[in-house]
Design a protein around this ligand. Structure first.
Ligand SMILES: Cc1cc2nc3c(=O)[nH]c(=O)nc-3n(C[C@H](O)[C@H](O)[C@H](O)COP(=O)(O)OP(=O)(O)OC[C@H]3O[C@@H](n4cnc5c(N)ncnc54)[C@H](O)[C@@H]3O)c2cc1C
Length: 465
C-alpha cells in the first residue's frame, strides 16, 4: 500500500491543488500536514499578527472538509518524524520561489532521501514557471511587456486553458493533531485577533464572484482608493485559499478591456515571482547595482512620521493609517506612499519594504520587493528615477472629493474638496473655522515637497553619475 503525505504551505485549499491531486492519483492513502515554522514565526515582532490568524482560520476551514495534521517545529524534523510514524513513502508539495523556501525544501528533500522517501514538487502558485517563459536565447525577460507577450503566447499554445486539478478527498485519512485539537494561536506564541478579511476558500470565492460583476469597470476604477474597484484577491492568493488558475479563469469569463487589464495585473504577479526565482539577489540587493550606492539623506524622524501616518500630507497619512489598521492598501497608494518615502522623504526604500512586509496581510516577498524596486527606480522595468509622484496632484486626481482621506484622517472631515489635499495652505482663520489647526489637530508637512524633489534628483544623480 502506497502512503503519501501532502505538505501544505502557502496553498491552503483543497481544490485545484497540484500536489494534492498528484498524491490522490498515485497513492492509496493520503495524509495532509501543515507545519508552523518557528524560524518564520519568530521573525514576526507583532504577536497580534493577523496573518498567523489568517493561516489558522484557513486551516479550520480545511479541517471541515478533510483531516489536516498540524505541527509546530522545524519542518525537516517534523516531516521526517511524521513519515516514519506513518510509513509514508512519498511527500508531495507545491514549489515556492523564495530563496529561504528553496533552501528549506532542499534540506527537507535531502533528509527524506536519506531515509528512501521520495520528495515530489509541483508548479502550482504560478501559471507558468521560467522554463516556458524564457526568451528565445534562454535568458529571462527583464521587461514586463515582452514577458507578458510570451506568457500570453504560452497560454495560446495551451489552447487558452489552464489546468484545473481535481481533488477527490475520500483518500485523505484522519490524523490526530488537527487545528481544532488545541489553542494553536497560543501554542505558537500569538494572540487571537480578527483579520480585516475573512480567511478561507469560501470567502475567497465569494469575493471573486462579487468582483466579476464589476470587472468590466476595472480599468477605470482601479486607481480610485475610495471606489472599491479592485478584486482584493491578493490576500487569498498569498495564502493559497484560491488558485492562481482560478484567477485566470475569472479573467477569461469575459472579454472587456477590464478583463484584459485585470489579467495583465495577475501576470505582473507572475513576473515578480519569475524575477525573484531567476534573480534571487534582488532580495538583498538593488536589481541595478548602482542604486545601492545612493546616500539616503532622510532619517528616523521622517520614517516614523511616514509609518504612523503623521507626515502632514493627507493622502499619504490616510494610506499609511489604513495599512496599519487593516493590513491592506490599494495599489495606487502603495505606489504613491513608496515613492514618497524614497523620493520625497529621501529615506532608503529598504525601510519601507520592511514596514510593508511587517504590516501587509498580503505580504509576498516577490511582489513587495518588485513593487518597492519599481518605485525606487532600482528594479526591473522600473519607472525612471526622475519620475516622482507629486502627492498633491495624485491626491486631487485619485481621491478628488477626499473621501478616502476623510475615512482615515477624521480630523480633516470638515475640509472641502479644494482644501483637503493641502490643508496647511489654509489661512489660520480658515483652519480655526474647519476645526483643524495645523500643528495641533493635524501635523504640518514634515518636509517641503518642492524642495525635496530637487534634492531627490540630486541625490539620485550623485549616485548614478
Ligand atoms: C510598493 C508596493 C508593494 C507591494 N507589495 C505587495 C505584496 O506584498 N503582496 C502583493 O500581493 N502585492 C503587492 N503589491 C502589488 C499590488 O499593490 C497588490 O497586489 C494589489 O494592491 C492587491 O490588491 P487586489 O488584490 O485588489 O489587486 P487587483 O488590482 O484586483 O489585481 C489582481 C491581482 O493581481 C496581482 N497584482 C496586481 N497588481 C500587482 C502588482 N503591481 N504587482 C504584483 N502583483 C500584482 C495581485 O495578485 C492581485 O490580487 C505591491 C505594490 C507596490 C507598489
Amino acid at each position: 500500500m502506497q502512503k503519501g503525505l501532502v505538505w501544505f504551505r502557502r496553498d491552503l485549499r483543497l481544490h485545484d491543488h497540484a500536489a494534492l491531486a498528484s498524491a490522490i492519483s498515485s497513492c492509496d492513502e493520503v495524509h495532509c500536514l501543515f507545519v508552523f515554522d518557528p524560524e518564520i514565526l519568530s521573525k514576526l515582532e507583532d504577536k497580534n499578527d493577523a496573518r498567523v490568524q489568517f493561516i489558522h482560520d484557513s486551516l479550520v476551514e480545511m479541517q471541515n472538509q478533510a483531516s489536516i495534521e498540524v505541527r509546530y517545529g522545524d519542518p525537516k524534523k517534523e516531516i521526517l518524524a511524521y513519515c516514519q510514524e506513518h510509513e509514508i513513502s512519498d511527500v508531495f508539495t507545491n514549489r515556492d520561489y523564495e530563496p529561504m523556501a528553496k533552501e528549506r525544501d532542499q534540506a527537507v528533500k535531502e533528509a527524506l532521501s536519506s531515509k528512501n522517501i521520495k520528495f515530489h514538487t509541483f508548479m502550482d502558485s504560478v501559471v507558468y514557471e521560467a522554463k516556458r517563459t524564457l526568451k528565445d536565447d534562454g535568458t529571462p525577460y527583464k521587461v514586463f511587456t515582452p514577458y507578458m507577450k510570451r506568457w500570453l503566447s504560452v497560454l495560446a499554445e495551451d489552447g487558452f486553458e489552464v489546468a484545473n486539478y481535481q481533488c477527490d478527498l475520500s483518500k485523505i485519512v484522519k490524523t490526530k493533531n488537527s487545528i481544532n485539537s488545541k489553542d494553536w494561536m497560543k501554542e505558537v506564541g500569538f494572540h487571537s485577533c480578527k483579520p480585516h478579511l475573512e480567511a478561507g476558500t469560501q470567502a475567497a470565492k465569494k469575493q471573486l464572484e462579487a468582483f466579476k460583476k464589476k470587472i468590466s469597470d476595472y480599468t477605470i476604477m482601479r486607481d480610485f482608493p475610495a471606489a472599491d474597484g479592485t478584486s482584493m484577491m491578493s490576500v487569498y492568493i498569498r495564502h493559497g485559499n484560491i488558485s492562481v488558475r482560478d484567477l485566470v479563469r475569472a479573467a477569461q469569463s469575459g472579454s472587456t478591456e477590464g478583463h484584459h487589464k485585470w489579467l495583465s495585473e495577475v501576470i505582473w504577479r507572475e513576473f515578480y515571482q519569475y524575477i525573484l526565482d531567476q534573480f534571487p539577489q534582488v532580495e538583498k540587493q538593488a536589481f541595478r547595482p548602482a542604486y545601492d550606492q545612493i546616500k539616503w539623506r532622510g532619517g528616523k524622524k521622517e520614517l516614523e512620521a511616514w509609518k504612523n501616518g503623521e507626515t502632514g500630507f493627507p493622502i499619504i497619512d490616510a494610506a499609511m493609517r489604513c495599512l496599519k489598521a487593516t493590513g491592506t492598501m490599494p495599489n495606487r497608494l502603495r505606489m504613491v506612499t513608496a515613492s514618497f518615502l524614497c523620493k520625497t522623504l529621501l529615506v532608503n526604500w529598504r525601510e519601507g519594504e520592511k514596514w510593508f512586509a511587517a504590516k501587509l496581510l498580503d505580504f509576498d516577498l516577490a511582489a513587495n520587493n518588485g513593487g518597492w524596486q519599481w518605485c525606487a527606480s532600482s528594479g526591473v522595468d522600473a519607472q525612471p528615477y526622475f519620475r516622482i509622484f507629486n502627492p498633491y496632484s495624485q491626491s486631487k486626481k485619485f481621491d478628488p472629493d477626499g473621501i478616502f482621506i476623510k475615512t482615515w484622517c477624521p480630523e480633516l472631515s470638515n475640509l472641502d474638496e479644494k482644501s483637503i489635499h493641502a490643508p496647511h495652505e489654509l489661512l489660520p482663520m480658515e483652519q480655526q473655522l474647519a476645526g483643524c489647526v495645523i500643528g495641533q489637530e493635524y501635523p504640518a508637512p514634515v518636509v517641503d515637497y518642492a524642495k525635496k524633489r530637487v534634492e531627490a534628483l540630486a541625490m539620485y544623480k550623485q549616485a548614478l553619475g
